[in-house]
Design a protein around this ligand. Structure first.
Ligand code: BG6
Length: 483
C-alpha cells in the first residue's frame, strides 16, 4: 500500500555539479523514479550544469548510464528514453561568466525554478551571486544545498550569510537526507498521531533512550573527505541530532515547517554541554593492519574517529534525568539504525516470586526491516501458576502495509519533490544548523586539544570496549547490534 501520487507543478531544476557522484547516485535516479511514478510533469526541465564541456546528448548519455546503474533499470527501458527528453546541459564556469546567459535562456517563465548546489560549499557564494546577478533566480526560486553544511559554527554561519545575501530563508533547502527517510518521518507519526505513547514520553516514565546508527562499510574510497570530518561531523552533528530532536521534541502546534523546526531547535538548545567522561571515540582496525581505518584513510597518524558513543542530557522539564545514549560507527557487526526507548520498571510488583516485571521497551527500526517492536510482559502459558515472561509485539511496516522496500521512495526522491512543492518541513533551518554546531564545536575542540588517540575496535565488532563501559557505569547495556 503506497500512497497516491500527486503530481507536482511544472518546474525547471538546475543541478550544479551534475557530473558528480551525488547527481549520478541519487539526484538523477531519484528524479527518474518520480517521473516513472507519474509525479513529474512531462514538460519539466532538468538542466545539468558543470564545468565539463558537453552538449545535451552527451549529458543524456551520462545520465542514462548513471540511472541504469543506480536505479537498476535497463538502458532500453522506454521510461528512460522519455525521461531523457527532459534533460539538457549547460557548461558553466562557477567563478567566471561563461555559460550563465545560456543557462538563463533555458529557464521558462511561469515554472517553479529550483537550483540544486551539488558542489563544494566554497562555490555556494559564487553560484548564488551569479544566479542573482544574471537575473536567473528571483524571489520565487529555491536553492538546495547539501551537507557538509560547514565544519564548525563559524563556517556554517559564513555559509548562511553567503546564501542570505541572495536568498531569503524560505527559499533555502538544506538537505539532511535522514529526514527524507520514510521511517524517520514515521517517528513523528508514531508520536503525534497516537495517544498511546505521548503520556509516557517523559523522564517520569522513560528510563533511557538509545539511538544507534551502525554501518558495516568503512571509509575506503572517501578517506580523504572522512579523515577531515570523523563521525561527529559526519553523522552526529546532523543525522543523529535530527533523530534525537524528533524523539525528544515537544509536539509542534501544527505539522508545518516553522512549527516543527522551532521545536527541534529548542531541543538542540537544551542539550547540556558534553562531559569528557561521557564520550568514547573509536577507530576500526583489522588483524594484520590491512583494511584498518588508518589504511582506508591513507593517513597513518590519523586520530579521526570512525565510531563515537555518547551520553547526552537534555535540560528541560520533559527530559530532566533521562539520558540519551547515541552511538554510530563504521565497520561494525551489522548495518542497523534504530531508536530504543526503555521505559521504567513498574513501581511495584504484585507477583511475588513468579517473576519480576521487566521494563517495557519500544524499538523503532529505521533500517533495514523497518518496523516497531514493543516488549510487553504476559503470563507464561501453562499450568505452572502465574509466571511472567516478556514477549515482543513485533510489527514490520512492509508486512503491515503490504509494501516492499522497492515501493518506498528513496529519501532524495521525497526531498526533491518537497522542494518543488515548496515544503520546507523536512529541511534544516539556518538557526538549527548553527545551534547543532554550537553544541558539537566544544566537543571537537576538546578532543583536538587532548592529543588522545581513539580506542581501537575490531572491524566487524560492536565497537570499542570503552563504549560498553560507558553504559555499564550506569548499570545499563547497549542493545545487541543485529541486522
Ligand atoms: C552520509 C555520511 O551523510 O550518511 C556517510 O556522509 C554515511 O558517511 C551515510 O555512510 C549513511 O546514510 P544511510 O542512508 O546509508 O544510513
Amino acid at each position: 500500500m503506497v500512497s497516491r501520487v500527486i503530481p507536482v507543478d511544472d518546474f525547471d531544476i538546475v543541478i550544479f555539479g551534475a557530473t558528480g557522484d551525488l547527481a549520478h547516485r541519487k539526484i538523477l535516479p531519484g528524479l527518474f523514479r518520480r517521473f516513472v511514478a507519474g509525479q513529474i510533469p512531462a514538460t519539466a526541465r532538468i538542466i545539468g550544469a558543470a564545468r565539463t564541456e558537453q552538449d545535451d546528448d552527451g549529458f543524456r548519455a551520462e545520465a542514462a548510464s548513471a540511472i541504469a546503474e543506480f536505479a537498476g533499470v535497463k538502458k532500453n527501458d522506454p521510461h528512460l528514453a522519455q525521461f531523457l527528453e527532459l534533460l539538457g546541459y549547460t557548461a558553466i564556469d562557477a567563478k567566471g561568466e561563461g555559460g550563465w546567459n545560456a543557462l538563463k535562456s533555458r529557464m521558462r517563465e511561469g515554472a517553479v525554478h529550483a537550483f540544486y548546489l551539488s558542489v563544494a560549499p566554497s562555490l555556494f557564494g559564487d553560484i548564488a551571486e551569479r544566479l542573482a546577478g544574471h537575473g536567473i533566480a528571483d524571489d520565487n526560486s529555491r536553492v538546495v544545498v547539501e551537507k557538509p553544511f560547514g565544519r564548525d559554527l563559524a563556517s556554517a554561519r559564513a555559509l548562511n550569510q553567503v546564501l542570505a545575501r541572495h536568498f531569503d530563508e524560505h527559499q533555502v533547502y538544506r538537505i539532511d537526507h535522514y529526514l527524507g527517510k520514510e521511517t524517520v518521518q514515521n517517528l513523528m507519526a508514531v508520536r503525534f498521531a497516537n495517544i498511546l505513547f505521548e503520556p509516557l514520553w517523559n523522564a517520569q516514565h522513560v528510563d533511557h533512550v538509545q539511538i544507534t546508527v551502525a554501518e558495516t562499510v568503512g571509509v575506503a574510497g572517501r578517506g580523504s573527505y572522512y579523515d577531515k570530518s570523523g563521525a561527529i561531523r559526519d553523522m552526529v552533528q546532523n543525522h543523529m541530532m535530527q533523530l534525537l530532536c524528533l524523539i525528544a521534541m515537544e509536539p509542534p502546534y501544527h505539522f508545518d515547517p516553522d512549527a516543527v523546526r522551532d521545536e527541534k531547535l529548542k531541543v538542540i538548545r537544551a542539550l547540556e554541554p558534553l562531559k569528557p567522561e561521557d564520550i568514547v571515540r573509536g577507530q576500526y582496525h583489522a588483524e594484520g593492519g590491512d583494511g584498518s581505518y588508518l589504511d582506508d584513510a591513507e593517513n597513518p597518524d590519523s586520530r579521526t574517529e570512525s565510531y563515537v558513543a555518547m551520553k547526552v542530557r537534555i535540560s528541560n522539564w520533559r527530559w530532566q534525568g533521562t539520558p540519551f545514549y547515541l552511538r554510530t560507527g563504521k565497520k561494525l557487526r551489522a548495518r542497523t539504525s534504530e531508536i530504543a526507548i526503555t521505559f521504567k520498571e513498574p513501581p511495584h510488583s504484585i507477583f511475588d516470586d513468579s517473576g519480576v516485571p521487566k521494563a517495557n521497551e519500544l524499538v523503532i527500526r529505521l533500517q533495514p526491516n523497518e518496523g516497531m517492536n514493543l516488549k510487553v510482559m504476559i503470563k507464561e502459558p501453562g499450568p505452572g501458576g502465574m509466571r511472567l515472561v516478556q514477549v515482543p509485539l513485533d510489527m514490520s511496516f512492509a508486512v503491515a502495509l503490504g509494501a516492499d522496500g522497492a515501493d518506498m521512495p528513496d529519501a532524495y526522491e521525497r526531498l526533491i519533490m518537497d522542494v518543488i512543492r515548496g515544503n520546507q518541513t523536512l529541511f534544516m533551518r539556518g538557526d538549527e544548523v548553527e545551534a547543532a554546531w554550537a553544541w558539537t564545536d566544544p566537543i571537537i575542540e576538546a578532543w583536538e586539544d587532548s592529543k588522545r588517540r581513539p580506542e581501537p575496535y575490531d572491524s566487524g565488532s560492536s565497537g570499542p570496549e570503552e563504549a560498553l563501559r560507558l553504559m555499564h557505569r550506569d548499570n545499563r547495556r547497549w542493545r545487541e547490534l543485529r541486522a
